[in-house]
Design a binder for this molecule. Structure first.
Ligand SMILES: NC(=O)c1ccc[n+]([C@@H]2O[C@H](COP(=O)([O-])OP(=O)(O)OC[C@H]3O[C@@H](n4cnc5c(N)ncnc54)[C@H](O)[C@@H]3O)[C@@H](O)[C@H]2O)c1
Length: 433
């Protein structure tokens, strides 16, 4: 099949590459000339394990190409996938200007039957709007619209796409359902064909539920701390119940990234439009905002004033295996520590460049963990990178001035951390002092 993907961000690029890997001819379109020129040379703008190899391989095999010209991508396409950003507006609602601009351009250039698929996360009703715009600017009804929400996780996006657990296909015509089912067949996955509105809702409901699981276990963690219980074991015990499941029950400093924060707020906004007050989800967000600051509270309680303290932040990306720092807890924490007059150093194996752009300039950023740890009075663990989880705590115990550790991702077992006489505070577990 000929596929045109519009937007080469995390979702569009990964989807385009994977659709070419399973045998389609894919053209990826983006407005960003620099990005497209680099992609043509095999230079990938984001860090995503395995992505670069597949870009190079499929480009060489002639199945994948990149362009800034929409018509070059869409003229021969059977399927056009919209994968542009839907960032959050100040009000919390999703900003649809990029999706609408693309719909208009598709309409202006439509030259025959196409299935126009929205993969961007969009509020219920958006595909209807896309349909209206394409019809208006093409003056034709020779197309179908469809919703195909994306569930990949940054950091394992290629694996998630090649081994997708389900493909949700929201359509209003049998023909579009058939085309998209055929497109997804090689992924050997469960294909669920539903209405457009249901598909749009499945995406928001899924993200809201996962965010709820995270805030739930973080609330349990806070209570565990008061009773000297261990949230890791509580989560393990809960997860043994098949109805609950063990995933997404890791207590920590909350969720971040480009999806959960914005999608939860957008769902509250969507609910408001039909006069439903989504109280549960509002609390989920409130808990998460508090949780992102929990290490600051713990450090304040322990030290009082953090002014002049040397503080090492380990991990800056919102989660491991990505360079994405959108809505990362590290931003909230670094900003506050700098404000309080602490001397802050930050380590991240991949997100160094992003960190330079988004953290206060006073933060000294490095890819060298040893360098970041030098002279630290306090260590705050913010991202559970393998490099951080493999840190040999005995080296810290040997230092003349032993740092106090605040572990926001419960990277070490209490048994291990307890061997070295270090002061160790984590989330939802007894402190070692
Ligand atoms: N990032 C994720 O993990 C993830 C997961 C699931 C769903 N989503 C959703 O997928 C969508 C895309 O997210 P992302 O993280 O890939 O975004 P992104 O910001 O990384 O990329 C968007 C890309 O679209 C391009 N673009 C904007 N307008 C364009 C136009 N008119 N023509 C061509 N290109 C244009 C931009 O230049 C950019 O490269 C969002 O709705 C997001 O909520 C993201």
């Amino acid at each position: 099949m000929n596929v045109c993907v519009i937007g080469t961000g995390y979702v569009g690029l990964v989807s385009g590459v994977c659709f070419s890997e399973i045998g389609n001819n894919v053209t990826c379109v983006d407005l960003d000339e620099n990005k497209i020129n680099n992609l043509r040379k095999g230079i990938v703008p984001i860090y995503e394990p395995g992505l670069e190899d597949l870009v190079i391989k499929n480009t060489k095999e002639g199945k994948l190409s990149f362009t800034t010209r929409l018509t070059e991508g869409m003229d021969n396409a059977d399927v056009i996938i919209i994968a542009v950003g839907t960032p959050e507006k100040e009000t919390g609602e999703a900003d649809l200007q990029y999706v609408e601009a693309v719909a208009k351009s598709i309409g202006e250039n439509l030259n025959g039957y196409k299935v126009i698929v929205t993969k961007s996360t969009v509020p219920v009703g958006t595909n209807r709007r896309v349909k209206e715009l394409v019809a208006k600017y093409s003056g034709s009804g020779n197309f179908d619209v469809a919703s195909n929400p994306e569930f990949l996780r940054e950091g394992s996006a290629i694996h998630d796409t090649m081994n997708m657990e389900r493909a949700i296909i929201g359509v209003e015509s049998e023909k579009a359902g058939q085309v998209l089912s055929e497109l997804h067949q090689p992924f050997n996955t469960t294909i669920m064909v539903t209405t457009i509105e249901t598909a749009e809702m499945i995406k928001y409901a899924s993200n809201a539920f996962l965010a709820t699981k995270i805030s739930f276990i973080n609330e349990i963690a806070t209570i565990c701390e008061k009773f000297n219980a261990d949230v890791t074991d509580v989560a393990k015990g809960m997860g043994l119940d098949g109805r609950i499941g063990s995933k997404f029950l890791n207590a920590g400093i909350g969720y971040g990234g480009s999806c959960f924060p914005k999608d939860t707020k957008a769902l509250i906004q969507i609910s408001g439009e039909v006069e439903h007050d989504f109280q549960l989800l509002k609390s989920v967000i409130e808990v998460n905002n508090k949780q992102q600051r929990v290490l600051l509270e713990k450090a304040k309680e322990r030290f009082g004033n953090l002014s002049g303290k040397n503080i090492a932040l380990l991990g800056l990306a919102f989660k491991p295996n990505t360079d994405d720092m959108r809505e990362s807890a590290s931003i909230v924490i670094a900003d506050e520590l700098v404000k309080q007059g602490a001397k802050v150093k930050g380590f991240d194996p991949i997100a160094k460049e992003t960190a330079r752009r988004v953290l206060p300039q006073q933060v000294e950023i490095s890819e060298d963990m040893e360098k970041t740890l030098e002279g630290a009075d306090i260590i705050m663990i913010l991202t559970d990178w393998d490099e951080v989880k493999n840190l040999d705590l005995s080296t810290l115990a040997g230092k003349q001035k032993k740092p106090v550790i605040f572990d926001g991702r419960n990277c070490f077992s209490l048994d291990y951390a307890g061997q070295f006489g270090l002061e160790y505070h984590s989330i939802g577990r007894p402190s070692l002092v």
